[in-house]
Design a protein around this ligand. Structure first.
Ligand code: FES
Length: 348
């Protein structure tokens, strides 16, 4: 069976839209040619979303499980004023096609073998952890997982029924939801307010011996890091994922280079394009200025979307954690934060 790869066909076809909560939808996609999807839970796709007459790249974590490889799903919260999430909510329908790159990312509990895990999610940050929970359920694994999800209200708990079902089927899977407030139609009988150090310790008394995976808005993750610090948690066992890039993805052309700045030749082997890149610009900036459309999202060296192989030549890269040393050793680079030191040949 063919495996979907964005290298050969980057089109996904929407098969279904599911309404999860009042402002969250899941979009279920298939490959056009019936290919199957191979990924690990926690990975993400980067979509080309047609917004405002241009294309905006945006990363969304896969919320489905690799145990169901004929489809791949993302789950998106509508963000007030957010052009991409609003476009998806308003326009994506069964039959629509959209370009995507990936799967990418290494935020996965499988990569960190541990006896016990603690999953902490806030709002729509539940998606990568849900993919891990779904896989654990489908494979009937006996993995010890404590799952704490924070939501605004009971009506905002994404995948609420499915998580309850998983908790019923898997004795080692313990679920706790914490709501800030009641819903208009439901009084929350569970934990209320925000996560605190005392609350965390009471819910998961053995948390210091667990491998922790956290995903949510940046303030949520900062709060979690603070709580774990207060509790004396060893942060070597802490992992987090966020696509909260704030005001990232600057599209504006940078200022023209100074006259004495060296300019290097950059050849892209797959797209068969050759561009000039001044030494004071990133390869991505120069490619965009030349009209090339290359996958990118954060433009800060965080997300890994622009990872590319440098076949020949050298770059100066200032990344922010989106690439591992062993990948750098293998000749990969993040072109959004890499400036040329020589002429380059890039496999893109
Ligand atoms: S675009 Fe995110 S690392 Fe380059």
């Amino acid at each position: 069976m063919t495996v979907w790869t964005s290298e050969t066909d980057d089109i996904l076809v929407c098969r279904q839209v599911r309404h999860e909560t009042a402002d969250v939808k899941s979009f279920i996609f298939a490959a056009r040619n019936g290919a199957r999807f191979e990924f690990v839970p926690g990975q993400f796709l980067t979509f080309d979303v047609p917004v405002g007459g241009g294309i905006v790249n945006r990363c969304y974590t896969i919320s489905s499980s690799p145990t169901r490889p004929d489809r791949i799903a993302i789950t998106v919260k509508r963000v007030p004023g957010g052009p991409v999430s609003n476009w998806l909510h308003d326009n994506m329908r069964p039959g629509c096609e959209i370009r995507a790159t990936g799967p990418m990312g290494d935020f996965c509990h499988r990569h960190h073998r541990a006896g016990k895990y603690l999953f902490l999610s806030g709002g729509s940050g539940i998606t990568p952890l849900m993919a891990m929970a779904r896989e654990t359920h489908d494979l009937a694994l006996e993995t010890d997982i404590a799952f704490l999800h924070s939501a605004r209200s009971p009506a905002d708990i994404i995948f609420r029924d499915e998580l309850a079902l998983i908790a019923r089927h898997l004795p080692q899977f313990r679920l706790h939801a914490i709501c800030e407030a009641d819903s208009p139609g439901e009084r929350w009988g569970g934990l209320t307010g925000r996560l605190t150090a005392d609350g965390l310790r009471a819910l998961v008394p053995d948390l210091l011996s667990r491998e922790v995976f956290t995903c949510g808005p940046a303030p949520y993750m900062a709060a979690v890091r603070g709580l774990l610090g207060l509790l004396g948690f060893d942060m070597a066992h802490y992992h987090e994922e966020s696509f909260d890039f704030g005001a990232a993805t600057p599209e504006a052309a940078p200022a023209a280079p100074a006259g004495d700045t060296p300019v290097f030749r950059v050849e892209f082997t797959r797209s068969r394009r050759v561009i000039d890149c001044p030494a004071d610009r990133t390869v991505l900036e120069a490619a965009r200025a030349a009209g090339m459309r290359l996958p990118s999202s954060c433009t800060r060296g965080l997300c890994g979307t622009c990872k590319s192989r440098i076949a020949t030549g050298k770059v100066e890269m200032k990344h922010a954690g989106g690439i591992r040393q062993r990948e750098i050793d293998q000749g990969l680079a993040l072109i959004c934060c890499s400036k040329p030191l020589t002429d380059l040949v890039i496999e893109r």
